[in-house]
Design a protein around this ligand. Structure first.
Ligand SMILES: Cc1cc2nc3c(=O)[nH]c(=O)nc-3n(C[C@H](O)[C@H](O)[C@H](O)COP(=O)(O)O)c2cc1C
Length: 328
């Protein structure tokens, strides 16, 4: 399938694997790229630019296909060494960067001079237009369903994607709630040029995370996520567990007076314990409503091949028949 996104990134299928903290290691990024999508290494999961350079080299040894790096700009007390990370990205020959969290304007000249295409993740039309105006090559439009940070506007993809299509000139992918061939066809119908998946890629054989996390995703339904940190205007969609219930009880009790320090035990430094050790109750971890559509743990290639076969069948058979095309 050819779209403006496959052309932009030089990939076979219009499927991107979004950056995921403690999930987006070389193994997953390489598997996605080898299967014809765009795999993405999560930059900040690597504690230093040197470690990111090593991770890029490790990924390069596993695939000769294009892959990208996610750079998340977070409101942090001690800002990470972003210039160092960007140097590692450029020196590593990376040609695709997914930015998220904050406006990447400051870094655009450096990235573009190195021939890097930038796809910025946005949760609103206004942020998408801003991304377009500062020269981003594409956007990933992240609806309210998404795992991770859906923003504060709460607009689901059935509205957000066609709104983005009405306003944007640059291509965009649908992100949030994407799982299968049906998602891809729907995303294309709503004006997107492909899709970005996070949660669905966690439940694959190659995702280098503990089997407990994958089992939790298969067991979860679409009713099992919760929004945390809303009072801090840093809303995150996570899978419900004991720590999340505790966190929400604190939010209820403290109301508007809540500070980040009050919930630090439930959110800070918990990812390695969950993703590596499989300690499922220790803290809050990002997970999309799409968990309700995850019923198995295939290889990445099986997943992507299945998505493309299903999408092609929906378009070429079901939709063609419904529309009355003679050849269907
Ligand atoms: C476990 C997990 C960790 C994530 N970490 C990041 C991150 O560090 N940076 C980022 O930009 N997005 C992050 N995301 C968001 C994904 O890149 C993607 O936008 C999102 O998962 C899409 O929604 P979906 O889960 O419904 O597919 C994360 C998502 C998950 C599930």
């Amino acid at each position: 399938m050819k779209t403006r996104i496959t052309e932009l990134f030089g990939i076979e299928h219009p499927i991107i694997q979004g950056g995921m903290h403690y999930v987006g290691f070389a193994e997953l990024a390489a598997a996605v790229s080898n299967a014809g999508g765009l795999g993405i290494i999560t930059g900040l999961t690597q504690r230093t630019p040197e470690l990111l350079a090593q991770e890029i080299a490790r990924c390069r040894a596993m695939t000769d296909k294009p892959f990208g790096v996610n750079l998340t700009f977070l409101p942090m007390v001690n800002s990470p060494d972003y210039p160092g990370y960007i140097r590692a990205i450029i020196d590593g020959g990376i040609k695709a960067v997914e930015t998220a969290g904050n406006n990447p304007q400051k870094w655009m000249p450096m990235l573009h001079e190195a021939g890097i295409k930038v796809i910025h993740k946005c949760t609103s039309v206004r942020h998408s237009l801003k991304a377009e105006s500062i020269g981003c090559d594409a956007v990933s439009v992240d609806g309210f369903e998404c795992g991770g940070h859906p923003g504060e506007d709460d607009v689901p993809n059935f509205i957000l994607l066609p709104r983005a299509a009405e306003e944007l000139k640059i291509p965009f992918v649908a992100s949030g709630g994407m799982a299968d061939g049906r998602s891809l066809v729907a995303a294309l119908a709503l004006g997107a040029e492909g899709m970005n998946m996070g949660t669905r890629f966690m439940a694959t054989e190659e995702a280098p995370i503990h089997a407990n996390v994958k089992a939790a995703l298969v067991a979860a339904s679409e009713l099992d996520t919760r929004l945390v940190m809303r009072p801090l205007r840093n809303t995150e969609r996570v899978l419900r567990n004991a720590a999340v219930d505790k966190l929400l009880a604190k939010e209820k009790a403290l109301g508007a007076a809540i500070k980040f320090e009050d919930i630090i035990d439930e959110v800070a430094g918990v990812y390695p314990k969950i993703m590596k050790d499989g300690a499922m109750e220790v803290g809050a971890w990002s997970c999309g409503m799409v968990a309700g559509l995850i019923h198995d743990v295939p290889t990445v290639k099986q997943l992507i091949d299945r998505i493309m076969a299903e999408a092609n069948a929906i378009i070429g058979q079901r939709l063609a028949r419904l529309a009355g095309f003679a050849s269907a």
